[in-house]
Design a protein around this ligand. Structure first.
Ligand code: RFL
Ligand code: PHB
Length: 389
């Protein structure tokens, strides 16, 4: 068969791109390795920038997000048993929306089904052929049968472990990586959030984050060792450790309960360049990873989708390749700024194994500066709410 765009990966990047293309009358087939239930079972991002919110509205999936998402106009930063607030709305005139990636993906699946979009689940052995030529095609296996799809372009939206990035020859690919010496142990619990805004906490015992999905569903994280295993953490042990890392007034207000999900995520900064090779475009985690501090992963995936969608729209609508030709350059310019912010915020907030007393003093001095300087807070807020596309 033939389609205009083969999208590899049915995560948020692939589904958002598919939906925007469909609304512009551009055909795409989405190939996803897992089942729909598996994808929707992954608990990931929770904070959406305005740019992503706008794109979801443009894709026609804004209704539930608008009704159920929580507008956050600031965040709390804790250190030394105390907290201060960064007021996004006052400093930037903008806010963020707390609405889970699971719900975003569910809404996108619903919308794609409603328009009869072609999404193929449980595909195996995806191979991208001839991406360096004018006539690429993709082969894969599904339920024991071999398939081939010819297309104009391939969008590699298959996450960090996908095949798309590896299809770009090593001779043209440069990779930049930093692996942090810790991970995040996260739990989801059906308890009211400890606070109506997120709390990012720097403590001598390690970083902690109090987040949420809705008024009755909380998401908490604590920094852990990279080799740690979630099964070694009982719920009680998690809650006790969280209480020790957040200021006393938050620890006292914390409502605990059984966890309904518990997992560990490693922390990594990673960028591959270029994000385009011939007729293959990389989007989202397939091209870059950020540590979750600052909530930039899904939001940076969204800015890629924006640039790629604009480029394809310009190509099919006006016959002008300028947008796809400049895709990699435009996407990377914004990616690197999100990388910088996530790296800065991670470095500021975590306890590093073997951290010297001097390094700890540097973190505390920077936190004290951030607390006292409206200009420093404005720079932080500007990055947190999302840089313009
Ligand atoms: P995904 O979500 O990894 O989706 C890729 C999809 O491709 C499929 N796939 C394949 N399909 C076919 N053939 C193959 N060979 C394939 N290989 C893979 C996979 O099954 C999958 O369905 O990438 P995408 O779409 O680019 O989306 C990126 C986001 O998921 C990611 O950036 C965020 O979740 C990162 N992130 C956060 N981002 C934010 O913006 N705000 C946050 O608050 C935030 N919190 C987080 C996070 C990530 C976390 N973890 C677990 C990594 C919190 C955590 C704990
Ligand atoms: C989340 O709610 O999962 C979350 C929120 C903010 C972050 C990272 C993760 O910086």
């Amino acid at each position: 068969m033939r389609t205009q765009i083969v999208i590899i990966g049915g995560g948020p990047s692939g589904m958002l791109l598919g939906q925007l293309l469909a609304r512009a009358g551009i055909d795409a087939v989405v190939l996803e390795r897992k089942t729909r239930e598996y994808v929707l079972g992954r608990i990931r991002a929770g904070v959406l920038e305005r740019g992503l919110v706008n794109l979801l509205e443009q894709a026609g999936v804004g209704a539930r997000m608008k009704a159920e998402g929580f507008v956050h106009d600031g965040t709390l930063i804790a250190y030394d048993n105390d907290m201060f607030r960064v007021d996004f709305a006052a400093l930037t005139g903008q806010t963020v929306l707390v609405y889970g990636q699971t719900e975003v993906t569910r809404d996108l699946y619903g919308a794609r089904e409603a328009i009869g979009g072609d999404t193929r689940f449980e595909v195996d052995g995806v191979v991208i052929h001839d991406a360096g030529t004018e006539s690429p095609f993709v082969t894969y296996e599904q339920h024991g049968a071999q398939h081939r799809i010819d297309c104009d372009f391939v969008a590699g939206c298959d996450g960090f472990h996908g095949v798309s990035r590896k299809t770009i020859p090593v001779s043209v690919r440069s990779e930049f990586e930093k692996v942090y010496p810790f991970g995040w142990l996260g739990i989801l619990s059906e308890t009211p959030p400890v606070n109506d805004e997120l709390i990012y906490a720097n403590s001598d015992r390690g970083f902690a984050l109090c987040s949420m999905r809705n008024a009755a569903l909380s998401r908490y994280y604590i920094q852990c060792d990279t080799g740690d295993d979630p099964v070694r953490w009982s719920d009680d042990a998690f809650w006790d450790e969280l209480r020790r890392r957040i200021p006393p007034q938050a620890a006292e207000a914390l409502v605990t309960g059984p966890s309904i999900e518990k997992s560990i995520a490693p922390l990594r900064s990673f960028v591959t360049e270029p994000m385009r090779w011939g007729r293959l475009f990389l989007c989202g985690d397939a091209a870059h990873i950020v540590p979750p501090t600052g909530a930039k992963g899904l939001n940076t995936a969204a800015s890629d989708v924006h640039y790629l969608y604009q480029g394809l729209h310009q190509f099919y609508g006006e016959g002008d390749p300028e947008g796809i030709d400049r895709y990699s350059e435009r996407a990377l310019a914004r990616v690197w700024k999100a990388e910088r912010f996530s790296w800065w915020f991670s470095t500021l907030m975590h306890h590093y194994p073997g951290q010297s007393a001097f390094d700890k003093k540097m973190q505390l001095a920077e936190l004290a500066f951030l607390r006292s300087s409206p200009e420093a807070q404005a720079a932080m807020a500007q990055n947190y709410v999302g840089l313009p596309y």
